[in-house]
Design a protein around this ligand. Structure first.
Ligand SMILES: NC(=O)c1ccc[n+]([C@@H]2O[C@H](COP(=O)([O-])OP(=O)(O)OC[C@H]3O[C@@H](n4cnc5c(N)ncnc54)[C@H](O)[C@@H]3O)[C@@H](O)[C@H]2O)c1
Length: 253
């Protein structure tokens, strides 16, 4: 087991990659605090993991509310008995284009992708320090490695997440806290149509996107969760400050 006895917080855990992360991390022996705003899907995730023999509890929180975002780190740490690993996976797509910018959409994109990452990292350090170290994984995106023609604000936000990752890798190294980013390519989750609808029809936009993907398909949630699993595990004990693309080769071009 690759995470035996590890105390793990996963955010945006009720759906897509976060849910796959709960299932896979639990199979690898982790005790998991699963955080999401969506109580019904969170309950489903928790039930599925428990049915498979996993140790998990759901924590409902709206991470856009700073007090809830902070409180949930304290609450999950209290239930887990500390925190070894935080997969800060919450994020959202941004507005299309640049003209006539909707500033509410801009603020939400920056807040959920960047501010939440900053707040949660800020809160979790004390808990990891008590455990003698830890691993933080932020979910960035391939849009945090190369610019996005369709969603410049999203790309700006994810570049900020990658910058935060590389900076905190240095800041937190003395505390033996590793900090890395997972950079998914387009992945088959409920969020996929939200990305692709920025480019007109979802099917057409996905076809256009795949022209630039050497592996010629979108990713699966489990493939992203396995990337996060590697970064979380002791197998990555000498890996910090990395932005790992799991994108079928999109950013190789
Ligand atoms: N799906 C993709 O193609 C793709 C590609 C690159 C990066 N990403 C990144 O992956 C993450 C999303 O992952 P997904 O595709 O698994 O999405 P998803 O839509 O399957 O799940 C997102 C989850 O986030 C939760 N959530 C939304 N707002 C929240 C809030 N304020 N507080 C707490 N929880 C909240 C939702 O309830 C949902 O369960 C984001 O960071 C996104 O930027 C996704």
């Amino acid at each position: 087991m690759r995470l035996k006895g590890k105390l793990v917080v996963i955010t945006a855990a009720a759906s897509g990659m976060g849910r796959a992360g709960c299932e896979i991390f639990a199979r690898e022996g982790a005790k998991i605090a699963a955080v999401d705003i969506d109580q019904a899907n969170l309950d489903d995730t928790v039930a599925a993991v428990k049915k498979a023999g996993g140790d998990i509890k759901g924590f409902k929180a709206d991470l856009l509310k700073v007090d809830e975002s902070k409180r949930v780190i304290a609450d999950t740490s209290a239930w887990l008995g500390g925190i070894d690993i935080l997969w800060a996976h919450a994020g959202c797509p941004g507005p299309a284009g640049i003209e006539n910018m909707d500033l509410d959409a801009y603020n939400k994109t920056m807040d959920l992708n960047v501010r939440v990452s900053v707040v949660q990292a800020s809160e979790v350090v004390q808990h990891m320090r008590k455990r003698g170290g830890g691993s933080i994984i932020f979910t960035a995106s391939m849009g945090g490695l190369v610019g996005s023609m369709l969603m410049p604000v999203y790309s700006a936000a994810k570049f900020a997440v990658v910058g935060l990752t590389k900076s905190l890798a240095q800041t937190l190294a003395p505390d033996k806290i590793r900090v890395n980013a997972l950079c998914p390519g387009l992945t088959d989750t409920p969020m996929l149509p939200q990305f692709m609808s920025r480019g007109g029809s979802v099917d057409e936009a996905t076809k256009r996107y795949l022209v630039n993907v050497p592996l010629q398909r979108v990713g699966k949630s489990e493939e992203m969760a396995y990337g996060a699993l590697f970064l979380a595990s002791d197998e990555a004990s000498y890996v910090t400050g990395v932005a790992l693309p799991v994108d079928g080769g999109y950013t190789a071009k």
